[in-house]
Design a protein around this ligand. Structure first.
Ligand code: MN
Length: 454
């Protein structure tokens, strides 16, 4: 629909088949209802993009559940279902720096002073235990105070007043380091909160890439074209020219206030927070803007957004050092704390080596299960079957105690937890044979069922 403006949320939306969209035409309360709708859809095994056309009391529309399934995530980067890892890895070797300077529709409307009232934005309240209305879809763009290197990340923002949000930097990522450095220099950290971009940019923002890697250049690699940026009006930050909304402002140095609780990916409501404060300086948006919401908590979309790039990135690192690794899955049941890895061992101990690497690469992980490559790591039933039949607790497991972890794990203490590795691969001398139908019979059954439309 809009070819000349470059990748955008509305341009991507126009490419979606109508069968992949659930439009809610009735007037809808943004408090709790969109979240309940996506949670109910997931129980039914469905994950359409949800468009709330008439949010009660706000200008619409609000769009949610973009990242609700893997096939749609693969399509966002031009890949077939199952092709996301390859597309992600290809993008890493052709990073495309963003281009700054073009004016864009993000500045169609510019609100400053008392007009920059964030409470008028269609921001939802998600879970019963949440402290208030939250933006979970905001991509926070900031710069390293020393080098100017840009950084993109998601951080939850609790609406606290017309020009004030509470913000938690609990993942202790690059933005947290940038704020600490700004505080050392006696300055606030300028931040632009970007809402509503082409979802490939949203995926790049979710990735844990190197400190000096501009996530916009990762997005450029994924899109096959440089992201066009434009300068903010009140801060020295650049944002996508086609973004739907941008909130310009700064995180205050050495200022802390209560923030949370908020429903997090762990499935728990948590007030574990760095308790920072973000002050709004300006709000800009497109004409007839689309507000993008990410359903938080233990939703498929929240977990997949974090997992898709995490799996691809960690898998690439792991295979560099352990080429016998075949596949990696972060199952939804494990939030971000469990991983299943399959491998084809050519020497003893390679399962342990791979699991040690994995636990070292990803501090979120608490449990790793290794299986042989005849087991499909994306089929949790197969993994647990391998655990039931190929694992003995006296010789096939090890622990790493008091290791750095994600603090949102409610069972962790003081930022550390114990990591567990279970080796459910077969050992040398293994003689048991899997009971499977013959290949010929399998083909016959598949043909028969296909003919019957099953
Ligand atoms: Mn970064």
């Amino acid at each position: 629909m809009i070819d000349d403006e470059g990748p955008s949320l509305r341009g991507w939306l126009a490419t979606l088949p109508e069968s992949d969209i659930l439009r809610v035409a009735e007037e809808t309360d943004l408090d709790h209802n969109p979240t309940a709708l996506v949670v109910e859809l997931e129980k039914r095994g469905r994950a359409p993009v949800v468009i709330i056309e008439k949010p009660r009391g706000f200008a619409g529309p609000v769009i949610a559940n973009l990242y609700g399934n893997r096939a749609r995530i693969a399509a966002m980067v031009g890949a077939a279902p199952g092709g996301f890892n390859a597309a992600w890895n290809a993008a890493q070797s052709r990073l495309l720096p963003a281009v700054v300077g073009r004016e864009g529709p993000v500045h169609d409307t510019m609100l400053t002073g008392d007009d920059a009232d964030a409470s008028l934005l269609p921001i939802s309240r998600h879970f019963a235990g949440d402290a208030g209305r939250y933006i979970g879809s905001g991509i926070l763009v900031c710069k390293n105070p020393d080098t100017g290197a840009r950084n993109l990340s998601y951080q939850r923002l609790q609406l606290k007043g017309p020009r004030k949000f509470g913000v938690s930097l609990h993942s202790r990522g690059h933005i947290w380091e940038n704020l600490r450095r700004a505080e050392e220099l006696g300055r606030n950290l300028e931040v632009a909160v970007v809402i509503g971009v082409h979802p490939a940019i949203g995926l790049a923002a979710a990735a844990k890439v190197g400190k000096d890697v501009d996530e916009f250049s990762v997005a450029g690699g994924l899109l096959g074209q440089a992201v066009q940026l434009t300068r903010c009006r009140t801060i020295d930050i650049e944002v996508p020219a086609t973004a739907e909304y941008v909130i310009e402002g700064e995180i205050l140095a050495n200022t802390h206030e209560d923030e949370g609780p908020y429903g997090e990916y762990t499935g728990y409501s948590t007030d574990r927070s760095t308790r920072n404060v973000f002050i709004v300086k300006a709000i800009t948006h497109r004409a007839r803007p689309i507000f993008h919401d990410i359903i938080p908590g233990y939703s498929a979309e929240h977990l997949l957004l974090g997992r898709a790039t995490r799996e691809a990135h960690i898998f690439l690192r792991l295979q560099e050092m352990a080429p016998w690794v075949r596949a990696l899955n972060y199952p939804k049941t494990g939030t971000h704390f469990h991983a299943y890895v399959s491998l084809r061992q050519t020497a003893q101990g390679q399962a342990r080596q791979a699991m040690t690497l994995l636990l070292g690469l990803d501090p979120y992980l608490k449990l790793v299960i290794a299986v042989d490559d005849d087991v499909d790591v994306f089929d949790e039933q197969e993994v647990l079957w391998a655990l039931a039949t190929r694992f003995q607790a006296d010789r096939d497991m090890f622990r790493i105690e008091d290791s750095f972890c994600n603090r949102l794990d409610p069972s962790s203490r003081d930022g550390v937890s114990t990591k567990l590795a279970l080796d459910a691969t077969t050992s040398p001398g293994w003689t048991a044979t899997r009971a499977t139908p013959t290949r010929e019979a399998e083909s016959w059954a598949r043909r028969l069922l296909a003919e019957k439309g099953l």
